[in-house]
Ligand binder design. Sequence first.
Ligand code: MG
Length: 377
Amino acid sequence: MKRREFIGASLAAAAVAGISSCHIVPPRQSRSKNGSGAKMSLRFYPYELQLAHTFTVSSYSRTTTPDVQVEIEYDGFTGYGEASMPPYLGHTVESVCAFLSQVDLGQFESPFLLEDIMAYLDTLSEGDSPAKAAIDIALHDLVGKLIGEPLFRIWGYNPVKAGPTTFTIGIDTPEIVREKTLECAGKYRILKVKVGLDTDEQMISTIRSVTDLPLAVDANQGWKDRSKALDEIFWLKEHGVVLVEQPLPKDRLDETAWLTERSPLPIIADEAIQRLKDIPRLKGAYSGINIKLMKCTGLLEARKMIAYARAEGMSVMLGCMTETSCACTAAAHLAPAADFCDIDGNLLITNDLFKGVTVRDGLMVLPDGPGLGLTKL
Ligand code: MG
């Protein structure tokens, strides 16, 4: 898409999303220092994700997710990236756009300087991980396109080992839970169930009345008592649950360690972990970590987290937010290196912008085009 067409499309997208066009930022370009004349230019625009169903976890409900789409152009190629901001993380369209407006990629010779560029982004602010992830994803897409190979191949991963993704069922009435389970039971090999309220056993029993698929559960910090949590985990194991995510509040590390030591199921940290530097603190308290690109600033850091977790004997789960197929496909390229994948954010929205990773017979199929391998819809 040429620049003028892009800006037109961006304005239209912003209008559809009901967001003022003042967020549209024109491309920022500078000549590279290598004298080749190639330039990196960064563009971004807000895009509101529409959820197929109202999504309820133990602490909130919502029907939309704010999102910002990013494009970085270099030497005739466009890399796509994305920032998704579920409200509970405290990021907004405004905060992401404010961060991206400060970024000057023109000082870097090429998108191959991923380490330098991501270190530079960390000097601009301590947080803003979704905005940083958006740039990281777009840079990786560009690097893959410049090399002419998909990311999984550049990294040496076997795409056949991408494996299954869970599909998430939010907390709801038994009727809706039954309906959602019927809808997805034939399409996936494992389901993820949101728990953490006093309806947990009813949720699981309702799902069990429809399917005997293995289940992962996510309490989103919703359980408050370690002994009750342990009883609950034993009950869940008897009902075909294979994994428990964030059972207790993230600051209760000692109680979580007590629980993990006694639990018959792996206990995975989600809210308790964001970036690489958080892993040493969690060793011994959790069996594994849930890595999400929007929390950890993107693929470069996610790969370091996978290596570190492996070295510490911890299992690796890959998660996502509600996202388009852009960020979900980026995460899916890491799937062959993970033990569990929960990469269903693109399957939960009705206005995706890309075709990328797909699910066939419950297994993720990675696109084999260069970079992320996305096709714009
Ligand atoms: Mg979670």
